[in-house]
Ligand binder design. Sequence first.
Ligand code: GRF
Length: 203
Amino acid sequence: RAVAVLISGGGSNLQALIESCALPDSAARIVLVISNRPDAYGLVRAREAGIPTAVVDHRKFIDRFDFESNIDALLRQAGVELVCLAGFMRVLTPHFVDAWRDRTLNIHPSLLPAFPGLHTHARALDAGVRLAGCTVHLVRSEVDIGPILMQAAVPVLEDDDDASLAARVLEVEHQAYPRALQLLARGDLVIEGEQVRPADPIV
Ligand code: GRF
């Protein structure tokens, strides 16, 4: 399946997806990386991997619709079938979400539905949770909501601060995102409305 990855920053999740899709048995092929920020280091990662890139700078468009129309056109031109948001910091309108419904994935650095939004690690530490982690989910119009494809949990340690917890979560993000993408691209996960189930339940 042809995949596009949308980024805004460093792209460590992009890097994990690039490495997963470079394996011979990959069911997904990254055909395009789009950033809304011209200075995103993830663009360097894509170029080093020989993947076509594009910058669609949201500041250059009169409104979200115009910004997204440009992204949509690039995706269609490249024959994209699945869109992975990876550190992409723009909220997508319901129009785009519906045009790419059940074909857009996102990774969020918390065990949703806990801690939607920003600063998830600081909030988890403040809440005194014992487990933290990440969620790979299908994108819906509401931010950080959507059918869950995969989650990965990590322990919160006594001496954790925001940075140490973020680093531990990022490690499992880099495992969960590629695995979720491969399962979806291979058809091993079936989406029925707001439910996701394995295609062949392990009997
Ligand atoms: C990660 O915590 C990811 O969960 C969130 O953005 C952070 C940076 O991601 N979406 P990346 O290193 O740019 O992939």
